[in-house]
Ligand binder design. Structure first.
Ligand SMILES: [Zn+2]
Length: 212
């Protein structure tokens, strides 16, 4: 049986790893696993082990005969269009012949807000992939789609870019929309759209690794 990363409970399209896993130490190197860096690796036949990204990537590279050198990127702070600081953590995961570089915003010690992903061939130069991802993050943070006024968000111009997320309060019935790193419940988003009653809109769904 092919060994693979066990998918998370509610996988987003393209998601391949379980970053919500609570166990703190890697079953291979026994180092503590940072938040977002753990992955359940194995198969239903052999059972799953919890690995850090480095050990996970080394095992995937060895099984695929890939020339791959893991890089652990350090967290980075970036300012958005209104001068607010955002802290990002990075994760590198080999997905067969592809590599995914994920950037998670951290708020209060957990991944919330902005999230970005870059995908490329497994043997790409990870530093150049990081350079491209950071460029995309800077462009995204420089653009403001919503603004807050008296505790309520409003659509600033005529364009909204965002991400569809799981809303625990709604048990997945309707999405939580993340715009400019702000979590906006579906009903709230509906209220924001009522500014444009009678207008048209165009909704285009894109993979999380694409720049939109
Ligand atoms: Zn490890």
């Amino acid at each position: 049986m092919t060994r693979h990363a066990k998918p998370p409970k509610n996988p987003a399209p393209g998601a391949a790893t379980a970053f919500e896993t609570p166990a703190p130490h890697c079953d291979a190197c026994h180092q503590e696993i940072a938040v977002c860096d753990g992955v359940q690796y194995g198969s239903t036949a052999t059972g799953y082990r919890l690995l850090c990204s480095r050990c996970f990537n080394e095992e995937v590279a060895a099984s695929g005969g890939l020339d791959f050198q893991h890089v652990q990127f350090q967290p980075l702070e970036m300012r958005d269009a209104v001068g607010e600081l955002h802290e990002f953590h990075f994760r590198v995961h080999l997905l067969g012949d592809r590599v995914a570089l994920d950037a998670f915003e951290f708020k209060g010690g957990e991944p919330r807000g902005y999230r970005f992903q870059a995908l490329d061939d497994a043997e790409v130069d990870l530093f150049s992939l990081m350079g491209r991802l950071v460029g995309r993050m800077r462009r995204a943070l420089a653009t403001q789609h919503v603004e807050e006024e008296r505790g309520q968000f409003h659509i600033k111009d005529l364009l909204v870019r965002g991400r569809v997320e799981w809303d625990e309060n709604e048990d997945g019935r309707v999405p939580l929309i993340v715009i400019d790193g702000h979590e906006i419940p579906w009903d709230e988003f509906g209220r924001m759209l009522m500014t444009f009653e009678g207008w048209q809109f165009k909704l285009e769904i894109r993979d999380k690794s694409e720049e939109i």
